[in-house]
Design a protein around this ligand. Structure first.
Ligand SMILES: Cc1cc2nc3c(=O)[nH]c(=O)nc-3n(C[C@H](O)[C@H](O)[C@H](O)COP(=O)(O)O)c2cc1C
Length: 314
């Protein structure tokens, strides 16, 4: 069961904050939020935190199913927020997805500009299918450009917001030493940025992290992608955010199994004003788009680190 929890920790999660703790009780594994790891500026309503818990839960379910265990998930909101996963005996399934768990990564680089076949897109959609969540896939250049404009608009707003930049910087690990000390956060090498000695790391952050160059990077990266997937929950509440995380994690694992990379471009759903513009563009004015993810093919980048699972048990 500890090993199942370790598989859960390999999930995608906002800023690699790893906002989770685990409790083992008989045949039940519980995933609890670690509220000390909130990112209040980018995620004021804990949306990303709950999505991250959903990603972790899906990894745990897949790892359990792949070793012949049945699983039943229940979500408890409120002061006792937690996801309980009860284990029993069941058929062995989801082996291909389980094998993709340690290989999945966010690949924030330029992709090869080639399309993904219709049959692969169908597999991605099927994997992401989750009650309470819609997954929209855009592969037309005109749609990608429209999403790109919203990414640039929202990214510009974030880069102009000192509180956003300060919070992000707090989670960036410029040097291998910093990354190894904390085993969390966004290590420069995993974001395709240069790894440099500590004495130039700090001045370099300000030099490289500029609005115009970041926007140019997103233009190149999005135009090099085969498509963009948008995840939309049926309702705007923690239970659905967990479902969105589960859907995304399966999408990412199925992508990995097919040799397809992905990276989040969530700026349009993080800036409230742009989010409503994005809902209108989607023709879903009553819904809240939850995640925006580009996909395509590219070589792997270094993997991001995780804290040891033993430190996360309560
Ligand atoms: C809810 C959520 C929001 C995220 N938002 C972004 C984002 O806006 N930009 C980005 O580059 N990565 C984003 N990520 C990816 C995380 O930064 C990434 O999962 C984490 O750093 C761990 O790295 P890994 O996915 O390579 O294991 C997000 C992930 C989740 C689950």
């Amino acid at each position: 069961m500890v090993e199942l929890a370790r598989f859960a920790t390999l999930a995608a999660n906002g800023h690699n904050t790893q906002p989770w703790k685990f409790r083992l009780d008989g045949a039940t594994v519980s995933i609890l939020p670690d509220l000390s790891r909130r990112t209040q500026v980018v995620d004021p309503d804990d949306h990303h935190l709950y999505v991250s818990l959903g990603c972790a839960a899906e990894n745990l379910l897949i790892a359990a199913n792949s070793t012949g265990r049945s699983t039943e998930l229940s979500f408890e909101d409120g002061p006792q927020t937690r996801i309980d996963i009860s284990l029993g005996n069941g058929p062995v399934r989801d082996l291909a997805l389980q094998q993709a768990i340690p290989l999945r990564q966010s690949t924030r680089s330029e992709y090869d500009g080639q399309p993904i076949s219709a049959s692969e897109i169908k597999l991605l959609k099927a994997a992401a299918q989750q009650e309470g969540v819609s997954v929209l896939i855009f592969t037309e250049a005109s749609d990608r450009d429209a999403i790109l404009d919203l990414v640039v608009e929202a990214n510009s707003a974030q880069m102009d917001d000192p509180a956003f930049v300060a919070e992000l910087r707090n989670w960036i690990r410029m040097t291998p030493k910093q990354a190894l000390e904390t085993q969390d956060g966004l290590f420069a090498a995993c974001t395709g940025n240069p790894v440099v000695p500590a004495w130039i790391a700090n001045p370099m952050f300000g030099m490289f992290f500029q609005k115009d160059s970041e926007n140019d990077k997103y233009r190149t990266q999005i135009r090099s992608s085969a498509g963009v997937a948008v995840f939309v929950g049926d309702a705007e509440d923690p239970e659905h955010w967990v479902k969105v995380g589960r859907s995304f994690q399966r999408f990412a694992l199925q992508s990995t199994a097919l040799g397809i990379r992905n990276a989040h471009i969530n700026q349009p759903i993080e800036v409230a004003g742009v989010r409503s513009e994005f809902s209108r563009w989607l023709g879903m004015t009553d819904a809240r788009p939850d995640l925006v993810v580009r996909f395509g093919r590219a070589p792997a980048l270094p993997m991001s680190l995780r804290r040891p699972v033993a430190d996360l048990m309560i």
